[in-house]
Design a protein around this ligand. Structure first.
Ligand SMILES: [Zn+2]
Length: 306
């Protein structure tokens, strides 16, 4: 995705970008609004693999987040295959040379700018007025956002096209993808509640998630802690499902449990109980605390605020 941001961003200067953009007469940025066109090229051998890669990813994103329709704003009238007048009338090529490239460039607040504005900015002539009407008609029918998306991934591409790529591009892109996939993490909470037979209210869950981030300055331990919390590790239970073999669901410490999930492996198992009581005793002595041997506090990290 970072490659796409680079294609769009006029301030991005790089050798790889020159190479990428030199492959076809039609600017790659203008392809991004037309998923059928992208699909055609992904399936053909007209472009090299390193261009197909990013395009393929973008094509999948368009499908996943249903931004297909909104992404049309990235098209350029002159190359827009659905805008018939541009295919018959060479004058639109001149428009593009004069600077009328993409739709986003000639719109404001989801409306096509007036003919007067375009005339002033791009030096259009009176005889262009009919073409303007054709364009406006098509824009209102097929390009205009049905629903504006203020923070989506498309916004990143549009900002980049305007020469304002986001700082920390990858983090921003990632955050967008997560939000648009509506990745809700409460199912993790529900699984803990079910296994440990407890209730974790929203406030406690938030505290738990926060303490994973703030517990240590060490990236390694933060990651480990996060993996424990989100149930990353493969337990006997999971293994038995993979292998379709109930034998494999037995606790690997031979504690007698025949269906060992996360709660059992990390907390409940009788073989690990002495470990926890020792650890808690040490923490309480060294830090002068009075933590009780509670799963939510000690394992999940619902630590007292102070
Ligand atoms: Zn066990």
């Amino acid at each position: 995705m970072k490659v796409l941001v680079g294609w769009c961003d006029p301030t991005c200067e790089a050798k790889w970008k020159e190479v990428d953009l030199s492959y076809r007469d039609i600017p790659l940025q203008s392809w991004l609004g037309d998923h059928c066109f992208i699909k055609k090229h992904i399936d053909s051998d007209l472009i090299p693999l390193w261009i197909k890669g990013p395009l393929d990813i973008w094509h999948k994103i368009l499908k996943q987040v249903k931004t297909e329709r909104n992404a049309r704003i990235l098209r350029w009238p002159v190359y827009d295959r659905d805008f018939l007048p541009a295919r018959m009338d060479k004058r639109f090529t001149q428009w593009s040379q004069k600077g009328i490239t993409s739709y986003w460039k000639i719109t404001k607040n989801n409306e096509l700018k007036s003919f007067k504005q375009l005339q002033d900015n791009y030096n259009l002539e009176k005889c262009d007025f009919f073409r303007y009407l054709q364009l406006r008609h098509y824009y209102n029918k097929s390009i205009k956002y049905l629903e504006e998306d203020e923070a989506g991934i498309l916004k990143i591409l549009l900002d980049s096209s305007n020469g304002r790529p986001p700082k920390k591009t990858i983090s921003k892109l990632y955050a967008c993808l997560q939000t648009e996939r509506k990745c809700n993490k409460t199912y993790i909470k529900t699984k803990w509640e079910k296994e440990a037979k407890i209730t974790i209210n929203e406030e406690v869950w938030l505290n738990i998630c926060n303490s994973v981030i703030h517990m240590s300055s060490s990236g390694l331990w933060k990651e480990f802690s996060w993996k424990c919390l989100v149930r990353f590790f493969v337990t006997p239970n999971i293994k038995s499902k993979y292998c379709n073999d109930t034998e494999k669901a037995k606790c690997w410490r031979n504690s007698g449990n025949v269906s060992a999930g996360h709660f059992h492996i990390f907390w409940e198992c009788i073989k690990i109980a002495p470990y926890w009581s020792e650890v808690i005793k040490e923490i309480n002595t060294k830090m002068d605390l009075n933590l009780c041997c509670d799963f939510t506090v000690v394992f999940l990290g619902n630590l007292p605020r102070n």
